[in-house]
Design a protein around this ligand. Structure first.
Ligand SMILES: *[C@@H]1O[C@H](CO)[C@@H](O)[C@H](O)[C@H]1NC(C)=O
Length: 68
């Protein structure tokens, strides 16, 4: 069960980071184009938040697994 969460966040981190390059951010454009966000800045903020949150969660879960 625990390893399932780790795997889930590992995949999520990869999927979130790979499309985001400094010169082109396909994921951000897709987020913006969903129309869920009021503007580009908001989509950018949300994507940044999700990316950092996923990395943080992966580290926390891994840390817990290591310390156990
Ligand atoms: C973001 O989406 C809006 C409307 O959905 C669009 O007008 C705008 O051009 C998009 N911005 C970028 C940078 O793609």
């Amino acid at each position: 069960m625990f390893n399932l969460f780790r795997f889930f966040f590992a995949v999520l981190v990869i999927l979130l980071i790979v499309p985001q390059t400094p010169t082109e951010n396909n994921l951000l454009r897709q987020f913006n184009n969903t129309g869920l966000f009021a503007n580009y800045g908001e989509a950018k903020w949300f994507l940044n938040f999700i990316t950092r949150f996923s990395i943080f969660m992966f580290f926390v879960i891994t840390l817990i697994a290591v310390l156990k």
